[in-house]
Design a protein around this ligand. Structure first.
Ligand code: ADP
Length: 491
């Protein structure tokens, strides 16, 4: 969700940046062109004024070019007016010789002046504009060259010019302002975009949270609230609700099937076991049959255990495994389990030890389930501990909770297996933990977890392969007083 939000904000900001850039460039070009246009208009006005000044003067005086010096020049009285023009101005004769210059034009180097008069340096030319590079310090100039008629035979043309820098000043200011403002606009728009994306995606976040809470397996009966807006979110909620209904139905059928099948298998298994047990004690049974019967009995026992575990879990899934809660001293319970563990351990060479508090540890629990839970953990500890190892059981109490700990020095559990050991039918890779030779169906820890959670507690495990494992069950006192009905997770 966060990534979609960030991605949306990023794309939005990039799109805005591109738009601002394109807009800025277009504005800059447009401003520059209209600046050049304004320059051309100014040059045209100046050239026309100069042209009229020359023709009017000629009409009045009859002769406006003097040849008193070495070179011909415009009459000083007439050129005085032209000198005062703000821009570059050149008047040439028909041979391209300079007759008069404005004051600023005089500041130009000879080289620059030569380049400036070049557009007039043709015998016949038409009124035309253009851009010329004069070199530093003037830079590029915009010029207008105008042929002069009606001012006597000597006068050839007028050229007025002005640096294009003037046309660029406005757009340059604009560009500078835009470069200053654009980051502020982009940051502001980014923040607004981030907020907008968050607001639009919030309903999706809400739906995700709800689906997460529902899909833990316990709450498949719950449905999402369908927004009245009738928009995409409403459609999404309706679709998810449809999917949840189908899931609920499938899970229900699965649970019912497991419960029914387990239930139906119980009686034939009992009959089978009774038959095999009777056959085993029958006098005169051939010894070669004894071993087969023994093996059959072991298999029947394991199957009965599995069927019972499945039935327990199926009932728990359906919420039909209520706890028979009563207050009891947990020390007696642990001592009882420790005694069984002692006997089991003795037969396989595993030493058992236990530590109990001196004072009674009273808690409202279902004693049969808690005993079952502890036995599961302890028998596993003995099962997965090689001869010569130890299994230590302890019971502790603090203000908030009661804690059972079962510590073994057995084969341990690989870190990659740890997240799976509470899953149904999950058993470690036999090659790694050597469980292949140990009977079991992989349901014991699933039931253990259900019992702990049904009591409002939590089970944790720490393990190091080859060193052993520690299973810790913590039952909070507060929740134990108001125990809920058994509702396990589907794992
Ligand atoms: P199983 O019937 O196989 O013992 P469980 O559900 O009781 O089924 O345990 C699941 C798996 O967890 C076991 O197969 C075993 O690999 C692993 N496991 C449980 N307890 C221990 C332990 N004390 N030491 C090592 N591995 C264990």
């Amino acid at each position: 969700m966060t990534t979609i939000r960030r991605r949306l904000t990023l794309w939005y900001t990039v799109a805005l940046a591109v738009t601002v850039l394109a807009f800025g460039t277009a504005l800059y070009i447009e401003r520059r062109q209209s600046g050049i246009k304004e320059l051309d208009q100014r040059l045209s006005l100046e050239a026309d004024l100069a042209h009229r000044w020359l023709t009017e003067s000629y009409k009045v005086l009859g002769r406006i070019v003097t040849t008193s010096g070495s070179k011909p020049a415009l009459d000083p009285g007439i050129s005085a007016y032209l000198e005062s023009v703000r821009d570059y101005l050149v008047v040439t004769d028909t041979a391209g010789q300079v007759l008069a210059l404005s004051e600023v034009t005089r500041t130009l180097s000879a080289d620059a002046l030569e380049r400036l008069t070049a557009p007039l340096d043709t015998t016949s030319f038409e009124r035309h504009t253009g851009t010329l590079a004069l070199g530093p310090p003037g830079g590029a100039v915009r010029f207008l060259a105008v042929p002069v008629q009606g001012a006597g035979p000597t006068i050839g043309g007028i050229l007025v010019a002005t640096p294009t820098r003037q046309a660029a000043l406005g757009p340059a200011d604009l560009l500078r302002s835009m470069l200053l403002i654009a980051p502020v606009i982009l940051v502001g728009a980014g923040l607004v975009g981030y907020w907008l994306a968050g607001t639009s995606l919030r309903p999706v976040q809400g739906i995700m949270d709800e689906v997460e809470a529902i899909s833990d397996g316990r709450s498949l009966h719950r449905r999402l609230a369908v927004p009245l807006s009738g928009d995409e979110m409403a459609r999404l909620a309706v679709t998810v609700n449809g999917m949840l209904a189908r899931l609920e139905q499938s899970f229900g059928s699965l649970r019912r099937f497991t419960a029914d099948a387990s239930h139906e298998l119980k009686t034939p298994l009992m009959v089978l076991r009774a038959g095999v047990e009777r056959a085993l004690v029958h006098p005169g049974i051939p010894p070669e049959l004894l071993q087969s019967l023994d093996e059959s009995l072991a298999q029947i026992n394991q199957m009965t255990e599995m069927v019972e575990s499945l039935l327990t879990l199926a009932r728990a899934d359906e919420g039909r495994a209520p706890l028979a809660v009563q207050e009891c001293d947990l020390r007696a319970l642990v001592a009882d389990v420790a005694e069984t563990a002692g006997m089991l351990g003795e037969s396989v060479g595993v030493a058992e030890s236990h530590t109990l508090p001196d004072v009674p540890v009273r808690l409202a629990v279902d004693p049969h389930r808690i005993r079952e839970m502890l036995l599961n953990i302890v028998t596993n500890a003995i099962k997965y501990t090689p001869r010569g190892g130890t299994v230590a059981i302890s019971l502790e109490e603090d203000e908030a909770a009661v804690t059972f700990t079962v510590r073994d020095t057995g084969v341990g559990i690989a870190p990659g297996d740890l997240p799976h050991i509470f899953e149904r039918f999950w058993r470690a890779d036999p090659a790694r933990s050597r469980t292949g030779d140990r009977p079991g169906v992989g349901l014991g820890l699933a039931i253990t977890k259900w019992i702990v959670e049904a009591h409002g507690g939590a089970i944790t495990v720490q393990s190091r392969p080859g060193r052993g494992s520690v299973f810790t069950v913590r039952l909070p006192k507060a929740i134990a007083h108001s125990l809920p009905n058994a509702t396990p997770r589907v794992t």
